[in-house]
Design a binder for this molecule. Structure first.
Ligand SMILES: *Cc1c(COP(=O)(O)O)cnc(C)c1O
Length: 453
């Protein structure tokens, strides 16, 4: 029997992992979540201490793939997807505090962890069903490059990435525009919001019904489950058997932190899950007041991948805590706020505090972080100011490589970070992309013409 996934809106049939992955968003506009979370025993978790990352990934993910992906195939996917490093760097001057660098994948952001395995699962399911899909993604930078790299050369898949030309750095752009083959990128003369609106209209457009469109965005359950693995991995390296760990996760759409929540539901002991945000502070306000008010329009902050005014994954978090929130952010049933405040801590980190944290981490602890990691670091310090660590192990996540933000590092620390090989390689390749105004009719014609070929 396959594990089933139900929608947070409760109005769609439960489906297995294959369907949840291919559908993305449930037909009732809710997000898929497992009906029950599979539990790992303390013995099973303790055994992770001696295993490489890809083997931990296999043992965690295989709890969700029964009847959908054969064990040998899953093990092979995990081996191929996780060939890169995941360094756990001790923070100088603080006992048992580590930085988990999730920035060594092919596009130097943590989004590689989910995209790499999700693309392989997609490829397998498409082979089995004989389907072909076009993955349509609007990006402000990191998602587009992670998705484009992961789905590059996956048979049955065509990738289309819309990006706002003026808002994406040359580093980020080159990671998407130098791939070719089944990956096509379109530079939009507009803002990220325009790109997202164009993609959303295409998904709902009856004139495009004949084109099988799919999204690989962060609400897909296929992006969420793999993000639970690095919490198990980090705990297995820094904690003793059964010892609860503190994690600090810089949060925007709350997909990364939901990975931690999934890990906890599966049995990983946690002392506190810290979820700092930038000036988009809807969540810390909710924890404080019990009232949820999304930020509209979202605020622009230095940690640009976290500029999210209404985190979609809150619907999942609310459900885990016994409540119900719809896709617009309306709460139909209140979650257990007391339990949420016991398990979670959140603070809002302004750009000014982000820069201070970036400098503080480097000068006090020789810890090099970029703006997203700096938000995680400051959130950790904010929590330390109200609750003692008491010798517990703590892990602060760095979600992008500092070399992606050379100007900010240079301005605050006085040097430019080394560029990792993955980024350096893309710099040398030639670019190829289409340009378009933010005009939906034009985009529709483009899609129809491309599909006919
Ligand atoms: C996407 C992203 C985040 C935010 O992750 P969420 O899952 O949206 O909360 C943080 N840092 C970086 C570098 C990102 O690309």
């Amino acid at each position: 029997m396959s594990l089933l996934f139900r929608s947070t809106n409760g109005q769609a049939p439960a489906v297995n992992l294959r369907d949840a992955l291919l559908i993305g968003q449930a037909p009732d506009r809710g997000l898929y979540l497992p009906e029950t979370f599979p539990r790992l025993t303390p013995d099973e978790i303790a055994a992770f201490a001696d295993l490489p990352y890809h083997e931990i990934a296999f043992r965690v993910l295989s709890r969700y793939t029964d009847g959908v992906i054969e064990a040998g195939a899953l093990a092979a996917m995990c081996r191929e997807a996780y060939e890169f490093e995941m360094p756990l760097e001790p923070v100088e001057g603080l006992e048992r505090v580590h930085c988990l660098r999730l920035d060594c994948g092919p596009t130097a952001s943590f989004k590689d962890f989910a995209a790499q395995i999700m693309a392989r699962m997609f490829g397998l399911f498409l082979r089995e069903t004989g389907q072909r899909v076009t993955i349509l993604t609007a990006t402000s930078g990191d998602t587009g490059s992670a998705v484009a790299h992961a789905f590059h050369n996956i048979p049955g898949v065509r990738v289309l990435v819309l990006f706002p030309f003026a808002e994406v750095s040359p580093h980020q752009r080159k990671l998407m525009t130098t791939l070719g083959e089944n990956v096509r990128t379109i530079a939009i003369d507009g803002k990220f919001d325009d790109c997202q609106a164009m993609a959303k209209r295409a998904f709902a457009d009856p004139a495009l019904k004949h084109i099988p469109l799919s999204s690989a965005n962060s609400i897909n359950i296929g992006r969420l489950l793999p993000q639970s693995v690095y919490y198990f991995f980090a705990a297995s390296r820094v904690a003793n058997r059964g010892e609860p760990v503190v994690f600090s996760v810089p949060s925007g759409n709350f997909g990364d932190m939901m990975g931690a929540v999934v890990a906890r539901q599966m049995g990983l002991p946690m002392k506190k899950l810290i979820v700092p945000v930038n000036s988009n502070d809807a969540f810390p306000r909710f924890l404080e007041t019990g009232r949820y008010q999304k930020i509209e329009p979202s605020r622009n902050a230095l940690s640009n991948a976290m500029n999210v005014g209404h985190p979609s994954n809150l619907a999942r978090l609310v459900m885990v805590y016994g409540g119900q929130m719809d896709e617009t952010g309306r709460i139909h049933k209140a979650p257990d706020l007391t339990a949420m405040c016991r398990d979670l801590f959140s603070s809002s980190v302004s750009d000014e505090r982000t820069r201070e944290a970036l400098r503080h981490a480097w000068t006090k602890h020789r810890l090099l972080v970029e703006p997203h990691g700096a938000v995680a670091w400051q959130g950790f310090l904010d929590w330390l100011a109200v609750e003692p660590l008491n010798g517990a192990p703590a892990v602060v996540l760095e979600t992008a490589h500092p070399a992606k933000f050379p100007e900010e590092i240079e301005k605050n620390l006085g040097f430019t970070p080394d560029v990792p090989p993955a980024l350096a390689a893309a710099e040398k390749l030639s670019e190829d992309y289409d340009c378009m105004s933010a005009d939906y009719e034009k985009f529709r014609e483009y899609l129809i013409a491309k599909h006919a070929r």
